[in-house]
Design a protein around this ligand. Structure first.
Ligand code: NAD
Ligand code: MG
Length: 384
């Protein structure tokens, strides 16, 4: 039996890992929509390889190039935000949400409204619109499978158990490339250094987020929505080897952990095959070669991001969306060489200190909060 699949953000790192898994069992999948922001040629090549029904670029300026690359083929081409949402809403059995940033929110919502399965990698969507998205999941009877490795680990450790029995959910963090750096060194951290993650090969934005620890901050908020045990039962531990992807401790003192190679194909495969399992070509864990696993408490003085995220979650309302938007702007500015590494957290903290917009209660309101917070963050960008 074949299942249909759409991949939002098909040209990215998660998109590539997903397509690699599909390539390994081509006969089982019917590819509906593949999307990208621009990368028209790359997207067209993937759409042709996988026999997609439609290829969509979010940036309409890239549509002519996509049309040209697909002319004379059966693959349809479309562009723009509306087209992304229509592609997400095609009712595929599985939609992999792998657009980076709040730009993925409206398409994720369109997929949720179909009431099918969503493999969610796009954490920013859940951070910005957690309550709204989770209510829509319940309302439309959709199945939301966490693809982020930590959340996928927690999801697996929770299976067959009762949330009421959970004592702690512990998110593990690699600590990123600057884990052992002094505050002084962090102030001089360069873009190229931030882009070298010790364990994972990922898109640029999440790699910088891992270096600042905003990735873990966003994941903390993500976990709060996905696994409603309350903020005081969520904690973070730094685990530099990234072998344990997260853990759940129960009230009887048992801790369940999920281990695996630092390869996103593992959590993605668990979503694609859910509730079954599928083969992957990932290297098996070689524990004797790894030797030792170590754990540290996070240092929120050098890396204030997790503290800012926890406070934003405690404040609730618009705060998580504001935090996310400010971080997106600050990371883009850092990647463009406009601000220093430590200014990323400083900018987010400053934007969170401006008067908070009222709590959004719809997708449109979240997008308005996001736009307003971006404006405020842009105003705070100081030359590096
Ligand atoms: P990436 O930058 O490699 O890819 C992003 C994809 O989204 C690309 O296909 C790009 O064309 C598309 N895109 C970017 N901006 C867009 C826009 N404005 N409109 C429409 N499409 C747009 O990113 P990634 O590393 O694959 O991460 C994707 C998401 O998954 C992020 O939310 C990230 O936090 C999450 N995630 C990634 C990893 C990983 O290992 N890469 C792990 C866990 C979670
Ligand atoms: Mg993660």
């Amino acid at each position: 039996m074949t299942r249909s699949i759409s991949i939002l953000g098909a040209t990215g790192s998660i998109g590539a890992s997903t397509l690699d898994l599909i390539r390994g069992e081509r006969e089982k999948w019917d590819v509906k929509a593949l999307t990208a922001n621009c990368s028209a040629k790359e997207l067209a090549a993937l759409a042709l390889e996988f026999g997609a029904e439609i290829a969509v670029v979010g940036n309409e300026d890239c549509l002519p190039e996509l049309r040209e690359a697909l002319s004379g083929t059966p693959v349809k081409a479309a562009g723009g935000t509306q087209a992304l949402c229509e592609a997400a809403g095609m009712g595929a059995d599985v939609t992999v949400a792998a657009i980076v940033g709040c730009a993925g929110l409206a398409p994720v919502m369109a997929a949720v409204e179909q009431g099918k399965t969503i493999a969610l990698a796009n954490k920013e969507a859940l951070v910005s619109a957690g309550d709204i998205l989770m209510s829509a999941v319940a309302k439309h009877g959709a199945t939301l499978l966490p693809t982020d490795s930590e959340h996928n680990a927690i999801f697996q450790c929770l299976e067959g158990n009762n949330l009421a029995d959970v004592r702690w959910i512990t998110l593990t963090a690699s600590g990123g490339p600057f884990r052992t750096w002094s505050a002084e060194q962090l102030a001089n951290a360069k873009r190229e250094q931030a882009l070298k993650h010790p364990n994972w090969d990922m898109g640029a934005k999440i790699t910088v987020d891992s270096a600042t620890m905003f990735n873990k901050g966003l994941e903390f908020i993500e976990a709060w929505h996905l696994f409603p045990v309350g903020l005081d039962r969520l904690r973070i531990v730094v685990h530099p080897q990234s072998v344990i992807h997260s853990m759940v401790e129960y009230r009887d003192g048992s801790t369940l952990a999920q281990l695996g190679p630092s390869d996103m194909r593992v959590p993605i495969a668990s979503c694609l095959a859910y509730p079954q399992r599928m083969d992957t070509a990932c290297k098996p864990l070689d524990l004797p070669a790894i030797g030792e696993l170590s754990f540290f408490a996070p240092d929120e003085i050098r890396f204030p991001a997790t503290k800012l995220a926890r406070e934003a979650a405690q404040a609730g309302g618009a705060a998580p969306a504001v935090l996310n938007a400010a971080n997106e702007v600050a990371v883009a500015a850092f990647l463009a060489g406009k601000v220093t590494f430590t200014q990323i957290s400083a900018i987010v903290a400053k934007v969170l200190d401006t008067p908070m917009p009222s709590a959004p209660s719809s997708l449109q309101e979240v997008l308005a909060v996001d736009a307003e917070a971006r404006k405020r963050a842009e105003m705070m960008l100081e030359p590096a």
